[in-house]
Design a protein around this ligand. Structure first.
Ligand code: 6PG
Length: 480
């Protein structure tokens, strides 16, 4: 045995991860179910570091130094279960199986329990950054036992992205915590992407700007507090021309957004935990609507009338509206993170995870898809204890939102006038206004519930549970 770590599954992500490990002084055992991928990796990249190729799972396990660490990167679902079980059959107590795919956290919790019962460690590890991240430095979110972390720490730190010199990996918490946090990362990613898309739409259809001009705007924005990977790549996408037609590529790409499920899981989980993640939910639904072909074609055929005419803006008004969009984007983005972190906090209570939110914000500063300059601010807010209940309560974010709010309201109002959908801008603003309100119309809902279903209500002026006898003369109130 000579390898200190192994990778099973050598498709794009697995192969990149294996190479990254080899580039950083690890001796890497590699195995793929079909030998072709193993051969290709050895032929094309075998000289990049120390690889130990195996063609049977037994040889793979034998080539690992105990306690053995095997990272699996295979298709989610059944293939993952099969590989975990096959490995567990060959490995020894104390060995570690790491699932680096995008698994659904309840699956990770189940697998961890099963594998732990067999004396092995199972680590569900979120990995973000796509193929390039896997090769050059991803952000990683491992769950599992503290003991397994001690073995994994130097290995994962060696390959992680670095943000201000710090490796973007930390032990998130027991069993499913790592995959949970990765799931919420993706939910926030959905929100972020949709907000950028809404901003684009407002400039494109609202202000009639070209894709190229909007690309320039995003390039400028990337020098502001919005500086982030997603803003940066958006500028690139908008500047790209289609090779065959010469048109902006964004005009040629079919406007149906795909999704593989992590955003949906984030929302489903939030619903069962009772956490309002309105921005993320709207972002998932917006993708869903975009892909409803029959519904959209039907609406086109019916030719609904839209708003009257277009809003004519002077050059100066246009400039200031673009600034408004930038502020609205920042405010809504803060809300998306606040909601996502609320979901993590609530799940941590539910599942008994001890999650250091500041550490999560810090490991998201580099390598991952949502990496952004303002994550430093988020980390500081959690560190200072000012964001315990909500990120929005930390003075920096309170001020940022307050400063953005006039712009934010103008953007949502004008979008409604233009007839341009802004589900995440609008829902984020409603969330903020819902939080701010000293009285919510929920009182009326309680009255309605009590009326039709005797569901009772509480009063603001005395203790107890009450029910109004709505059908009786004089509407007597009783202590229910
Ligand atoms: C990442 C990404 C990654 C992936 C998702 C995108 O952090 O590297 O989130 O996990 O790109 O598969 O999900 P959709 O296909 O659902 O957009």
């Amino acid at each position: 045995a000579q390898a200190n770590v192994g990778v099973v599954g050598l498709a794009a992500m697995g192969a990149s991860l294996a190479r990254n490990l080899a580039h950083h002084g690890n001796t890497v055992a590699i195995y793929n179910r079909t030998p072709k991928r193993t051969d290709t990796l050895m032929e094309q990249h075998g000289d990049e570091g120390a690889f130990v190729p195996s063609y049977t799972l037994q040889d793979f396990v034998d080539s690992l130094i105990p306690p053995r660490t095997a990272i699996i990167m295979v298709k989610a679902g059944e293939p993952t279960d099969e590989m975990i079980n096959a490995l567990a059959d060959l490995m020894q107590p104390g060995d570690i199986i790491v699932d680096a795919g995008n698994a659904y956290f309840p699956d990770t919790m189940r697998r961890e329990k099963e594998i732990r019962a067999r004396g092995l460690h199972f680590v569900g590890c979120g990995v973000s950054g796509g193929e390039e991240g896997a090769l050059k430095g991803p952000s990683m979110m491992p769950g599992g036992t503290e003991e397994s972390w001690q073995t994994l720490k130097p290995i994962l730190e060696s390959i992680a992205a670095k943000a201000e010199g710090e490796p973007c990996v930390t032990h998130i918490g027991a069993n499913g915590a790592g995959h949970f946090v990765k799931m919420v990362h993706n939910g926030i990613e959905y929100s972020d992407m949709q907000l950028i898309a809404e901003s684009y739409d407002l400039m494109r259809r609202g202000l009639g700007m070209s894709a190229n001009e909007i690309g320039d705007v995003f390039e400028q924005w990337n020098k502001s507090e919005l500086e982030s990977y997603l803003i940066e790549i958006t500028a690139d996408v908008l500047h790209e021309q289609d090779k065959t037609t010469g048109k902006p590529l964004v005009d040629i790409i079919l406007d149906h957004a795909g999704m593989k499920g992590t955003g949906t899981w984030t929302v489903q989980t939030a619903l069962s935990l009772g956490v309002p993640v309105t921005g993320i939910a709207e972002a998932v639904f917006a993708r869903g609507l975009s892909s409803q072909t029959a519904l959209r074609q039907g609406a086109q055929a019916i030719d609904f009338a839209g708003p009257d005419g277009s809003l004519q803006l002077s050059e100066q008004e246009r400039e200031s509206f673009i600034e408004d969009i930038r502020h609205a984007l920042y405010a809504s983005k803060i809300v998306a993170y606040a909601q996502g972190f609320n979901e993590i906090t609530t799940a941590a209570q539910e599942y008994d995870w001890k999650i250091d939110l500041a550490a999560v914000a810090r490991i998201w500063r580099g390598g991952c898809i949502i990496r952004a300059k303002f994550l430093n601010r988020i980390a500081e807010a959690f560190e200072s204890g000012q964001a315990e209940t909500s990120l929005l309560f930390a003075p920096y974010f309170k001020e940022a939102i307050e400063q953005a709010q006039a712009s934010w309201r103008r953007v949502v109002a004008r979008a409604a006038q233009y007839g341009i959908p802004t589900p995440v801008f609008a829902s984020s603003l409603s969330y903020f206004d819902g939080l701010r309100a000293d009285r919510l119309p929920a009182a009326l809902i309680q009255g309605q519930r009590d009326y039709f279903g005797a569901h009772t209500y509480q009063r603001v002026d005395k203790e107890g549970t009450f029910h109004t006898l709505w059908a009786e003369e004089g509407r007597p109130e009783i202590n229910a």
